[in-house]
Design a protein around this ligand. Structure first.
Ligand code: ATP
Ligand code: MG
Length: 399
């Protein structure tokens, strides 16, 4: 067993000694059997949250309404969730009402896919009520129970299916795929924020092209923000390199904007509709500015300076993923060669210019600083204060 399980074993043993059941469940069990790396282990138990809290000295109520308590044990934290069923699905969304139950089987039944419905006992035995082990072997994603019902209950599961198809490089079983096609429009009922999470994970998975193919073929795309009627452009995503491995969300959305021919100016509106963070919106917009300069074969030192190293790297990653990518590798070298990387490094500022009576407060001050910055970036003058002051005087006198 991986070290994460070994260190968590005493937690399960404590719960069992008190007369309750406890199992590892969810992604960590699946990924362990697949011999993939795991991050966090989830524990499911027959004990109620109050009973868990009575057993462990340090706990936090992280999701008490849903039956989740976090146990703090040394350096480690474990989410322990009481077995539950979900009842009263309304509007095709996850129910707010959960019912705690004492039976593992009931808990596993509510889970989305057979490979996600395995439970692992502290002694290493696997509980497999839905043939999840066979599906894991065959690399198949199959809904637990009747797929039509399961997607009707919670439409987000359709996005989860394509996310796991990409993440695990699995095939979606035929009846499960057919049910997604049939119910795709239910995705409209789901909060965009939740769709975004699954979409990002799909795009960052091992086999994004596989996930994207399902996303397009099932019609799910048409019920995502701003993607309806974009099929011809979205199909370009099928042409990205097979070995594409996007590392962050900025790369995901840079790629999306490029494929959809969304300009830097238009990207704010598009990304707002997807409810991405403001940091992402600004990074993507900067990245698109650089892309647009690359399109024109007019990448200046200023644009490299403005874009910054992190986003330049994201742009290069995305450029390399797209077919007929030009060679843009020298951009990073050009960035590294810039005399300064940050405007604070400029050896002059507004205060110094005003003190030297070279100019007065107002827009002309900002303009003058911008000109000086450009001259430094393009190597026309050195980043030394006397040189900068001399140059500033010259510019003002010529004005
Ligand atoms: P990852 O490694 O990406 O975290 P995961 O399988 O752990 O994958 P989570 O989203 O963390 O995925 O969910 C944990 C488990 O909870 C799943 O394995 C599944 O059993 C169950 N689950 C999560 N969301 C749903 C859902 N919408 N419907 C049914 N079961 C779900
Ligand atoms: Mg998880």
């Amino acid at each position: 067993l991986p070290i994460e399980f070994v260190t968590a074993r005493p937690i399960l043993q404590t719960i069992e000694k008190a007369g309750y059941e406890a199992y590892f469940v969810g992604g960590s069990v699946r990924d362990t059997i697949l011999q993939d790396n795991i991050h966090d282990v989830d524990i499911a138990t027959s004990a109620y949250p109050s009973e868990i809290k009575a057993l462990f000295p340090k706990t936090i109520d992280t999701g008490i309404k849903h039956g989740t308590v976090m146990i703090l044990s040394g350096q480690n934290k474990y989410e322990v969730t009481t077995f539950r069923t979900e009842s009263g699905y309304q509007d095709f969304r996850r129910p707010d009402k959960v019912t705690f139950v004492r039976s593992l089987a009931e808990d596993l039944k509510r889970r989305d896919f057979t490979v996600n419905a395995l439970a692992l006992k502290e002694d290493g035995t696997v509980v497999d009520l839905f043939n999840g082990l066979q599906d894991l072997k065959d690399h198949i994603l199959r809904a637990v129970g009747k797929p039509e019902e399961r997607f009707h209950e919670d439409a987000l599961r359709m996005m989860r299916a394509i996310r796991f198809a990409s993440k695990l490089d699995f095939t979606i079983e035929a009846a499960t795929e057919a049910a997604i096609k049939h119910h795709a429009e239910l995705l409209e009922k789901i909060a965009v924020e939740r769709i975004l999470v699954e979409f990002n994970k799909m795009m960052m998975g091992q086999k994004p092209v596989k996930g994207i193919r399902y996303f397009l073929e099932t019609g799910l795309y048409a019920f995502c923000p701003q993607l309806n009627e974009q099929l011809p452009k979205l199909k370009r995503l099928l042409k990205i390199r097979e070995d594409t491995h996007l590392k962050n969300e900025n790369q995901v959305w840079l790629l999306m904007c490029r494929v959809l021919t969304i300009s830097s100016n238009q990207s704010h509106h598009f990304l707002k509709a997807w409810k991405t963070s403001n940091e992402l919106i600004s990074a993507v917009s900067n990245g698109l500015d650089l892309f647009e300069a690359m399109d024109q074969n007019a990448v200046s030192e200023q644009i490299l300076f403005q874009t910054g190293k992190t986003v330049i790297k994201d742009v290069l990653t995305v450029a390399n993923v797209l077919p007929n990518a030009g060679n843009s590798d020298q951009l990073l070298d050009r960035y590294e060669a810039l005399p300064i990387k940050n405007s604070h490094e400029l050896k002059i500022n507004g205060g110094i210019l005003l003190k030297a009576h070279i100019t007065t407060p107002g827009p002309q001050l900002g303009k003058l600083l911008a000109i000086l910055l450009n001259k430094v970036l393009t190597g026309k003058i050195e980043n030394k204060q006397p040189d900068l002051l001399l140059e500033a005087k010259k510019i003002v006198s010529e004005d």
